[in-house]
Ligand binder design. Sequence first.
Ligand code: KG4
Ligand code: ZN
Length: 334
Amino acid sequence: MFFDKPILAIESSCDETSAAVVVGNQVLSNVIASQIDMHQKWGGIVPEAAARAHVEAILPTIEEALSLANVQLSEIEGFAVTHRPGLVGALSVGVTVAKGLSFALKKPLVGVDHLEGHLYAFLSDFPDANFPVLSLLVSGGHTELVLIHSPGKVELIGSTRDDAAGEAFDKGARLLGLGYPGGYQVQLQATQGNPKRYSLPRGLDKEQFDMSFSGLKTAVLRLVEREGASISVPDACASLQTAITDVLVGRVENAIAHYRPASVSLCGGVAANLELRTRLAVLAARESIPFVPARLDLCTDNAGMIGIAGSLKLARGEVSDLSLEVQPNSILFA
Ligand code: KG4
Ligand code: ZN
């Protein structure tokens, strides 16, 4: 199922430059150079600046990934690179470097959809998981419920109609005066809070698989306006975290009942959330279905997950040529 020779994987779709060395399903090294400081200073992502920062970081990041894995560039037998979705300028940096290396070393290149990276990351720790795998992909830009029938065969069964779950955490955090990244700050505060203190909406609660989180941001804004200085930030964070988690866990529960998957998985940056992780583990155990989440360090954006998805593709003989294009959107579920 996996390509068992060393692959160099590159990810530069947003604000992290990352390179990894992967053999089979094993991530030997996974180096991430973050641009968070720069974007924090400028109050958001400036696409031109992001692309330039990738140009500066990419070769040192690749060198470090090779050195940590103790693998020479000449020993690399394939290249995997994120070519969609993301900022076109940022993606182009990784894709151009990967094409150059593939051409110079005469080794195969394969383009990977960033969402495939998230979805297959769990295979590093659960290579023997049974399919179909029901996966909840939750990040700053995505909230998707996916049925993975087998590697390479995915079906979208539900998604958010507006904000992503990570956005709901981040926007709520900003309104509550917490720093970035918001999800982690909300989780920290929530440990001291009462989730029943403030009532917040669970959007689209009549829907079986689709979700909505945009009402939450308005509700948190109203809460902040109403409570003023007397607001309890820990209670607000606990209420927000539980509202988001209720929606996500509820949809997974519906999908389990409808599809009876052989395994349940969780991936994307929000998968780091402890309440979400724990509640899904409990739900899966109750349903007697193995829970096979992506490991924490493979949840936020990284090249290791791109290497695992690339390894599956190269093992199937899927390769890209030098005409591989970068695309702003995913067409994984098209
Ligand atoms: O996958 P990711 O690194 O980047 C995207 O592709 O979007 O996800 C980032 C998102 C952010 O919204 C961040 O607030 C959220 O993941 N996040 C969390 C936690 N850690 C990161 N959300 C909730 N709880 C956490 N512990
Ligand atoms: Zn991501």
